[in-house]
Design a protein around this ligand. Sequence first.
Ligand code: ATP
Ligand code: MG
Length: 300
Amino acid sequence: MDQASALRELVRRENMAGNRQADARRQDEINRSIRVIAITSGKGGVGKTNIAVNLAYALSVMNRKVMIMDADMGLANVDIVLGLAPKYNLFHVLTGEKSLQDIIVRGPGGITILPASSGIEAMADLAKGYKLALLDELNALKERPNFMLVDTAAGIAGNVTYFNLAAKEIVVVTSPEATSMTDAYALMKILYQNYARKRFRLIVNMVKHQGEAMEVFKRLRHAMDRFLNIQIELLGYVLYDEKFKEVIKRQKALTELYPHSPASKCIYGIAEKVCGEIPERVENGSLVFFGETGVQHGHG
Ligand SMILES: Nc1ncnc2c1ncn2[C@@H]1O[C@H](COP(=O)(O)OP(=O)(O)OP(=O)(O)O)[C@@H](O)[C@H]1O
Ligand SMILES: [Mg+2]
């Protein structure tokens, strides 16, 4: 519990420091060069981490520099999926023992990963000051990625919301399961009603065929349009793929090991789509200062 009190002390100091103007300038710079995409979901276990990892690899094949931030602070798993054993993680950055640069680990295809700490309770609901300090450190990175994929935890806990609001683009993952769709709707509703985020793109994962994905998309689109007057977009779908079982055991990316498997093809398709886009300058997403995005402190 020493760690927890050390964290609290840091938060207090961070909150007092803060130079907003300098932050804003650096923020502008960073926004120009990095596309920050949160990969999130209402319900857990719908495939966020696997999509983040495999999309990252696919993008790297297309010569993009990609960094994954494991923002699932409670239960780190990007490193587990890829069989990496990072010595340091975001916890050490937050306590000031290490810089962000020090904790970067390399994955397949040269993708870089910022590992989360696993099992430290204090990390699971970071206070504002920490997140500020953490994301601010991104400015100091030696090589800036083209893409930063933020693999969030599921749900609408304060921490998840923060990371979603920090990203300029929000990709919501859902499976065709009714509960997963309901939770996806609830997540988008909260991000809209409480934080004025309006642009959401959907990845429908674990579908049997394209038609099933379209059905899920249409139903969610209809609900979002009818009750919230928001038009969501379909970024893509990923087929259910038995090969995942094998690659998970081997701790490799599916898009690396089986680039022609059904799910891989879908993910390469999504990567191509993402690469071909000209990123919008999103109204109120920002990477660093959460304070300016209308975040309510302590929201859970
Ligand atoms: N398209 C797919 N086909 C088959 N299995 C899949 C597919 N996508 C994900 N899975 C499997 O589903 C499980 C959950 O995936 P994953 O850990 O990526 O979900 P998650 O949303 O990150 O979960 P959490 O909310 O716990 O972080 C994993 O065992 C993974 O291999
Ligand atoms: Mg995950």
